[in-house]
Design a protein around this ligand. Structure first.
Ligand SMILES: Nc1ncnc2c1ncn2[C@@H]1O[C@H](COP(=O)(O)OP(=O)(O)O)[C@@H](O)[C@H]1O
Ligand SMILES: [Mg+2]
Length: 406
């Protein structure tokens, strides 16, 4: 008897076989169906999906055979994997390589063997799909082709398992990441935002003068603390929003939104901030319109645009907020007389955490415009700007006039 030599690429081949994680797994219909087709169409009692491991051949599917595996050194398949095409032994008794092989001399008494290599896409023969008979015979060209085609299907099935496993890993990883993010959001919300909101309540009460006879110095400290808490809360809310929009959880509550009310209410809320900067806000309503949208989220966008404008407008100047029709859209625009946006920053301005260089980072997160863009996009609208260095900037938000409620 002659044992087969090892393939030249044996270590790589074994490594690849391990990666399929198929050895010693339970039988599966997908493979059993194929061996059954081989047995029935070629007309042989035994058909196998055999994988050649380092010391054994192991059967992923076995039609007409009891054993799960046999030693590699007596396996016909060890020879077959050295071949590129279907390996055929028509009569083992007449073949000196196999005549005294125990699988020929005794059970299962092989006479005829035909094995098509299971070739991976990168050209490694992991085993065979083989047809075995207990009497000598020949294979027609058609049967040879069938065996070869079915062996490719066996490999496809194995590939599919790798692809599925990798997809499941991706999903598991995504679920894990999502869990981490959710945990982050819940920590920030409960450990930071909730206590801060309550601190703001108390500070706001002190700052409003509701409690009499507080010394002036204390009042100043309270006012400062109140401002800082408000800034911190705004920052936390930005972070939470950004987190939500990144994980696709930016919920929208759509309804009818009146353009003028939205513009006027938002400006009214920002009056205090403008006064601090000794700037003023003027509202111009060119035409009345109603859109479908989330009033709170749209106000958030306008608030960001207007507060950015106030931040950059020189003391004593005016910020102009306009609403009107532009082409077939409703346009809100916010114009300031600030320094303009540096050319090299314009392309990145809507990216997260982006602020023009040299700015005092403590004043904002650089998330406002990224969140604004996400909100406008959820309304199927668009946001953009025109700017001139030394003259000022106009940001505009355009919303479709007719849109269905989602
Ligand atoms: N009206 C404006 N004029 C000049 N620069 C602006 C204006 N609006 C935004 N920017 C620039 O874009 C950056 C990002 O704005 P934004 O996303 O709202 O974040 P933040 O307000 O937290 O800094 C600002 O820090 C600033 O550099
Ligand atoms: Mg901002």
């Amino acid at each position: 008897m002659q044992s087969a030599r090892l393939p030249d690429n044996e270590p790589v081949r074994l490594e690849k076989l391990k990666r399929y994680r198929i050895l010693d797994t339970p039988p599966e219909d997908a493979f059993d169906r194929i061996t059954r087709i081989v047995a029935e169409t070629i007309g042989v009692p035994i058909a196998l999906v055999s994988l050649v491991d380092s010391e054994r051949q192991w059967f992923k599917s076995k039609h007409g055979l009891e054993a799960d595996q046999t030693p590699r050194d007596i396996a016909f398949c060890s020879h077959a994997i050295l071949d590129e095409s279907v390996f055929i032994v028509e009569d083992a008794l007449k073949d000196p390589r196999f005549s005294d092989n125990p699988l020929v001399a005794s059970d299962p008494s092989i006479r005829f063997y035909a094995g098509a290599p299971l070739k991976t896409p990168d050209g490694l023969n992991l085993g065979t799909l083989c047809a075995i008979d207990r009497k000598p015979r020949q294979l027609t060209d058609k049967q040879r082709q069938l065996l070869s085609d079915l062996s490719s299907i066996v490999v496809d099935e194995m590939e599919l398992r790798i692809a599925l496993r990798s997809a499941m890993n991706d999903v598991a990883e995504a679920v894990k990441q999502r869990a981490i993010k959710d945990e982050f959001v819940s920590i920030v919300t409960h450990e930071l935002r909730t206590p801060l909101t309550s601190i703001r309540g108390s500070l706001g009460l002190l700052d409003s003068g509701a409690i009499k006879d507080i010394p002036t110095e204390v009042n100043d400290i309270v006012a400062l603390a109140n401002r800082n808490v408000n800034t911190l809360l705004a920052l936390i809310n930005d972070l939470l929003d950004f987190q939500k929009f990144q994980s696709g959880q930016l919920d929208m509550d759509f309804g009818a939104v009146d353009a003028e009310t939205l513009a006027r209410d938002t400006c009214e809320n920002l009056k205090g901030f403008a006064q601090e900067k000794e700037a003023s806000i003027r509202v111009e309503v060119e035409s009345e319109a109603t859109v479908v949208g989330d009033a709170v989220r749209l106000a958030q966008v306008l608030t960001n645009l207007i507060s950015n404008a106030i931040k950059f407008t020189p003391t004593g100047e005016e910020v102009l907020v306009k609403t009107g029709l532009y082409e077939d859209k409703l346009r809100f625009s916010v114009t300031d007389k600030g320094p303009g946006i540096p050319e090299n920053f314009r392309g990145r301005i809507f990216e997260k955490f982006s602020q023009a260089r040299g700015e005092n980072k403590a004043k904002g997160t650089g998330l406002g415009l990224a969140i604004s863009k996400a909100i406008v996009k959820a309304h199927r609208g668009s946001i953009g700007f025109e700017t001139r260095i030394g003259e000022g900037t106009t940001f505009h938000m355009d919303l479709p006039l007719r849109q269905t409620v989602l």
